[in-house]
Every structure is written in structure tokens, then in C-alpha cells.
Design a protein around this ligand. Sequence first.
Ligand code: SF4
Length: 250
Amino acid sequence: MSLLISETFTSLQGEGKLTGVPTWFVRLSGCNLRCTWCDTPYASWDPEGPVRTVAEIVREAVSHREASGVRHAVLTGGEPMLPPAIVPLSRALRDEGFHITIETAGTIVRPVACDLMSLSPKLANSTPIGDPRDPSGAWASRHEQRRLNAQSLRILWHGSPEFARTTDRQCKFVVKGEDDLPEIESVLALLDEGRTDDERTPPSDILLMPEGTTEPTPGARDTVQRICMRTGFRYCTRLHIHLYGDTRGT
Ligand code: SF4
């Protein structure tokens, strides 16, 4: 089986619970959404890259691990859950002993092997209304219909009879302002619908990140840190932006 691959690279994980951990990344190209602030448009708005087989990608990961000792793998995108070949890819990497993080918007479920499920549900602030790349508005309307799929989010987050809950999980939101908080709370209510108090998502699994592909402005930082102090959610930095700027392959 094969996949469209935008890039593979090694860097320090820049976001989330594993921030700072040396990691091998594989970025799948192609996405079913079109966030207006997407920081990887070469894997969404203009998907690029060669088609590569699962076996080839796994060989590269293993040979890189032998040279560097890096045992964490991140499958990201684009939307990595879009191509069915994510399933054999994730399972083959797991069989090779990698710790696997999957970074997904949570609109599609596939029976992947995964250790850290990293969901990033897209809020209304992502919809490309008036975006010059979408003159007819067709993507804005598709994006709006697809961006929150309650059933997929719940399965990826809590597991189901067909999909084992992952060992660890995090749910990241890109925040533009205080106005985003009611929608974040409604997404969390969707995630936890029908759950007992013990099963509910702890605030420490919720990460808020200021929107942007550069260092956040003091105003954006203050807004997110204020929300975190009030709610108990985690403030999520972008270490790769801090270290390397908005540079591909980091
Ligand atoms: S879901 Fe991710 S890859 Fe797809 S458009 Fe949004 S930010 Fe970009």
C-alpha cells in the first residue's frame, strides 16, 4: 500500500505533552479540511509530495533509528487518517518498537496503532470564509460541514469496541480569542457525552495554543494564559517556532 508523503524529518517535538522529545516525523499530504490559518498548506490546500510505499517509509524510519536512536514517531499531515494505508503504516511502525503519536483533526476513524492520540478539533475560527484560495466558497462550506464529527471524536478519544483507547491522549485547540472558549466547552461536552464523572476528560488533557505561525504576540499569549488559569487547561507552546522559526522540516 502507498501514501502521498509531503516530507519526513527529525526534530524536537514542538507541541503537546511530548514537547522537546527527539522525534521522527512523517507528514502525509492531503486533507479533508481547509483551515484558513493552516500552517502546512503544502499538505492541505496544495498537497504535494511523492507517492511512497509503506515498506519504504518503515525502512527509512528504522534505518534512521539505527543511526540516531530516535524511537518516537509522529504521523501527521495534512490529515493522516485520510488514506487507508495509515493503518498498515502505524502497525508496522509499532511492530518495529516505535512510540506512535497520531496528530489528527478527529473527523475520520481508522483502526490505527497509536500510543498518544493527539486530537485537534477545528473551531469556527478555522473556516476559510472569504479566503482568496476559495473564491467560490465551496471549501468553506465543506469545511464547516466536516470539521466537527462528534462520533469520530468520541471513538478516537474514549475508544470503542472496535477501537482500543490509546495509552495517552491530548486534545489541542488553536485559540484566536476569548470568544473561542464557549465553542471549546461545547466540543468537550460532545466528547464526554454519556460519560460518568470518572470517565470525563481532565482539564490537563486539554491544550490551548495561540493561533499563528510565528511567536505569539504578547496579547495572544495573555489571552490564552488567562483562559488556562481560569479553566485548568494547559498552555501549549510551539517549541519548533521558538527554536527554528516557521521553517519546513522542523
Ligand atoms: S486540518 Fe490540519 S492540515 Fe488540514 S487544513 Fe486544518 S490545519 Fe491544515
